[in-house]
Design a protein around this ligand. Structure first.
Ligand SMILES: Cc1cc2nc3c(=O)[nH]c(=O)nc-3n(C[C@H](O)[C@H](O)[C@H](O)COP(=O)(O)OP(=O)(O)OC[C@H]3O[C@@H](n4cnc5c(N)ncnc54)[C@H](O)[C@@H]3O)c2cc1C
Ligand SMILES: NC(=O)c1ccc[n+]([C@@H]2O[C@H](COP(=O)([O-])OP(=O)(O)OC[C@H]3O[C@@H](n4cnc5c(N)ncnc54)[C@H](O)[C@@H]3O)[C@@H](O)[C@H]2O)c1
Length: 487
């Protein structure tokens, strides 16, 4: 190894070029800082190379495949449909590489120095960077750690029959039968995508719930059933045997059972990428699982060192990493800023997609004295009939005493796009009157939001009067009865 003789001086060093790191780098550069970004693998991090983009590329393929079934209503006839996974992989790889080039160009255009190599802390203000046979040392004024997570290597994943939620999107054949383990958004996305691409899918979960608002969950379970995705609840995987197929042994409510499938996908526990960073050496405070403790500005327990994204405690998603990156960059540049997780949208790219902002009805009932909710079926909208995508609901939750919107949940086409309106409503502390006063484009899914808010007062136009009954303030038990009736 060639050891650099001099210590190089840098103003801001960012470790990791994932969504958190590169957003932080560009924002700090925009604010006049000299920024050096160190990345050991590929720019874009897990999100671009193995996570968000590959999974959503596959989800988009699944959606396109589903849409073909509706072509005939528009007079478009396709005689033979075929699917070539090698083409999908080729296009995906080209997309990843184009996006990677884009990130690199953006960084360079903003004057960010990109250093290839693995970084680790030598002291509280010095970083060593190893790249093959070379080793450099940098002294910094401020640093941001954006090094993400690693998978626990002890988990059994052979990438032949057993995959994790990243490697499943590099699979070279569509599984004939796929067991998806877990109730996470990654599990739901994989189950939905591969079912649409031709796999016979079974979802196995430890409890009975998928962690969503009760009404959304009910609709999702109904749609899983309709799509013939089998659901095994209250089950825990014990052993996995692989040969010509994968045989998974599990217990269901205390009873031993097994299932034989061609492939299994599950999510090994994530561990923070702190070990090789040497953060313990500089006395940085970590939580009991090794994730870095930060405050709402991204500050760690070590002076002038910030941490953002998946390597920190809490929810792991790119939207959070991006926002935290910008907050840390602003703090470093002397601008008061902070990160607040309250209205972070939760998005699941199933078919149809799901979005969730704010409190579920169940959570709202724990928080507020009086809660009102409405459920509007998207089948009531002209745009749904037109596009033949009638599945799904919009669920709205308000604090009835103040008429404040506290939760907006949706399953159905347009859910992802509509989530920004929900975030805006919650951020602006909107009341139902604000949302019923404004204009809505017609015909569009947006109208579902208006109908939902009108339904809270029993005034939705495209909802039968008896289906608006449950929108009055009720106890949870009464509400359940109405919801059963409603579906
Ligand atoms: C299948 C899948 C689908 C997902 N879908 C979504 C989605 O739709 N929406 C969403 O918001 N989130 C999604 N996520 C989560 C998202 O990918 C992560 O939350 C996000 O990538 C976290 O960003 P980050 O910048 O914190 O870390 P990462 O993206 O993990 O980036 C960290 C970077 O740091 C580098 N690094 C690590 N250690 C060092 C070191 N010592 N020196 C130099 N470089 C180092 C790594 O090589 C990596 O490039 C998904 C994840 C998976 C697995
Ligand atoms: N698309 C999105 O961005 C999206 C959708 C839904 C939820 N979320 C947020 O993410 C948080 C966690 O979601 P959850 O409760 O569904 O799952 P979770 O965090 O409990 O994870 C369940 C399984 O998925 C694995 N996993 C989770 N994130 C991963 C990642 N980035 N890379 C590799 N494996 C990963 C975990 O190791 C675990 O085994 C939630 O709090 C939610 O707000 C994000």
């Amino acid at each position: 190894m060639v050891v650099g003789e001099i210590i190089e001086e840098r103003e801001v060093i960012i470790i990791g070029g994932g969504p958190g790191g590169y957003n932080a780098a560009i924002r700090a550069a925009q604010l006049g800082k000299q920024v050096t970004l160190i990345e050991k693998k590929g720019l874009g991090g897990v999100c671009l190379n193995e996570g968000c983009i590959p999974s959503k590329f596959f989800a988009e393929a699944a959606k396109k495949r589903m849409e073909i079934d509706h072509f005939k209503q528009f007079g478009i006839k396709i005689d033979q449909v075929s699917f070539d996974l090698t083409v999908l992989h080729k296009e995906l790889n080209e997309t990843i590489s184009a996006l990677q080039k884009g990130i690199k160009k953006l960084l360079l255009d903003n004057g960010v120095e990109i250093v290839q190599g693995t970084a680790f802390f030598m002291t509280e203000n010095r970083i060593g960077v190893e790249n093959g046979h070379t080793f450099s040392v940098y002294r910094f004024q401020r640093a941001v750690i954006a090094a993400g997570c690693k998978k626990n290597r002890k988990t059994k994943v052979d990438h032949k029959r057993i995959f994790d939620f990243e490697s499943i999107y590099s699979i070279q054949e569509i599984p004939s039968s796929l067991l998806v383990a877990g109730s996470s958004y990654l599990a739901l996305e994989a189950a939905s995508t591969f079912q649409q691409l031709g796999s016979d899918v079974t979802l196995i979960i430890e409890g009975t719930d998928l962690g969503l608002d009760g009404s959304i969950e009910k609709e999702l379970k109904r749609l899983l059933k309709k799509r013939k995705i089998k659901l095994i609840t209250n089950a825990r995987i014990k052993e996995i045997h692989t040969a010509q197929s994968a045989v998974i042994y599990y217990t269901k409510s205390g009873e031993d059972k097994s299932i034989e499938v061609s492939h299994l996908v599950y999510g090994p526990a994530l561990i923070p990428a702190t070990a090789e960073l040497g953060v313990e050496r500089i006395g940085m405070k970590l939580d009991q699982n090794g994730f870095i403790n930060i405050d709402q500005t991204g500050k760690t327990s070590v002076k002038d060192i910030y941490a953002i994204g998946d390597i920190t405690c809490g929810i792991k998603n790119a939207s959070k990493a991006i926002k935290q990156g910008k907050v840390a960059a602003e703090m470093i540049s002397g601008i008061a800023s902070e990160y607040d997780e309250s209205n972070l949208p939760s998005i699941i790219h199933t078919i149809p997609p799901i979005s969730s902002v704010g409190l579920t009805e169940e959570q709202a009932r724990q928080t507020f004295e009086r809660v009102k909710s409405s459920t509007f079926p998207l089948s009531g909208l002209g745009v749904s009939a037109m596009s033949s995508q009638k599945e799904g609901i919009i669920k709205l939750v308000i604090d009835a005493d103040q008429e404040l919107i506290v939760g907006v949940h949706m399953i159905g086409q347009g859910a992802v796009e509509l989530s920004s309106a929900a975030v805006l409503a919650l951020e602006m502390i909107a009341r139902t009157e604000d949302l019923t006063f404004m204009h809505y484009p017609h015909p569009s899914i947006n109208e579902g939001l208006l109908e939902g808010f009108e339904a809270l007062a029993g005034k939705a136009i495209h909802l039968a009067a008896n289906k608006q009954q449950h929108n009055k303030t009720e106890s949870p038990s009464q509400l359940q009865q109405h919801e059963q009736y409603n579906l």
